[in-house]
Design a protein around this ligand. Structure first.
Ligand SMILES: C[S@@+](CC[C@H](N)C(=O)[O-])C[C@H]1O[C@@H](n2cnc3c(N)ncnc32)[C@H](O)[C@@H]1O
Length: 283
């Protein structure tokens, strides 16, 4: 008979050990109020591994996870992945009306545009970026566009790479974009789904990347970095270190976009404020 594993308690001292592991490996500061959330999110892993206590699960993570694969699964279960197409649309308006014209002028000889969606979740943000770039770049020039989309969660990256979204999900996509950039079909359950067309998918490279890594493996500079609704989970020191790494990886005149409830106000960074949640590297 299968063990019954449902409402198992997560004692506070053990919660704090999980919280430290999450903080040390992903920078996510869970604080004291997330015990129930963590308990229910980790329950999936206990069920999957047929483990009956959180103590036992912690032991697996701490001492029997040689290749780190269970840590990846644990972070998949813990991370919050809420996202939408055209989320915080004023960013895409600023991008098309102000940032892209400036970048097109600056990069007119290289004809290259490099964009990074850092913490891309299930792909709605990089696909939105791809549509906006396709629509607003001067079509008479053969632009070399590359969008790098990264996340720590392998689960969302797999989903994003497939680029298949339910009807409800694509509602924020304007109808003319939906027609131009998505193929309509049905999934195995007979539900209407939309799949991003190859011309969109081919612009994006999805990669697993932990933003806590001391350095990032990129040689060239980005013209635009979107890191929205990610730093909200980090403490101030972690945010400051990350933002300064972004600065190093932006071209002069490149833009950083952050989430609606985030700000660089209290951080020591050389970024110039453009308007709330939009910053530029001027040097
Ligand atoms: C709420 S989603 C934001 C998605 C999108 N940027 C948006 O604003 O709609 C936050 C994402 O950050 C990712 N994340 C959290 N910590 C991370 C880390 N240390 N490295 C990379 N990605 C991380 C999560 O897996 C999650 O997919």
């Amino acid at each position: 008979m299968e063990p019954i594993i449902n409402n198992i308690d997560l004692p506070e001292r053990l919660y704090l050990k999980f919280a430290k592991l999450v903080y040390d490996s992903a920078g996510i500061a869970l604080g004291n109020a997330k015990r129930e959330l963590v308990r229910s999110r980790l329950m999936k892993r206990l069920r999957a591994l047929q483990v009956t206590t959180y103590e036992e699960y912690y032991e697996i993570l701490a001492h029997h996870d040689g290749d780190g694969s269970e840590l990846v699964m644990m972070l998949d279960a813990i991370s919050t992945n809420k996202t939408d197409f055209f989320r915080e649309n004023q960013h895409f308006q600023f991008l098309s009306e102000t940032a892209l014209p400036a970048i097109m002028t600056r990069n007119r000889t290289t004809r290259r545009i490099r964009v990074w969606s850092a913490g891309c979740s299930s792909g709605e943000e990089p696909y939105t970026l791809a549509m906006v770039l396709r629509e607003h770049l001067d079509r008479s020039v053969n632009w070399d566009i590359k969008i790098l989309a990264t996340d720590i969660s392998t689960k969302v990256l797999q989903f994003a790479h497939e680029g298949i979204y339910e009807e409800e999900k694509v509602k924020p996509v304007p109808v003319q974009y939906r027609t131009a950039y998505f193929d309509k079909g049905k999934n195995a359950r007979g539900q209407v789904v939309y799949r991003a067309k190859p011309e969109l998918r081919n612009l994006i490279t999805f990669r697993r990347l932990n933003l806590m890594n001391a350095t990032f493996p990129f040689s060239g500079a980005f013209d635009v970095i979107f890191c929205r609704n990610v730093m909200i989970y980090f403490d101030k020191g972690t945010q400051e270190t990350l933002v300064n790494k972004y600065y190093k990886h932006l071209a002069s005149g490149g833009y950083l976009f952050i989430g609606h409830s985030e700000s660089l106000n209290s951080l020591k960074t050389p970024f110039q404020f453009v308007k709330p949640t939009i910053y530029v590297r001027n040097s």
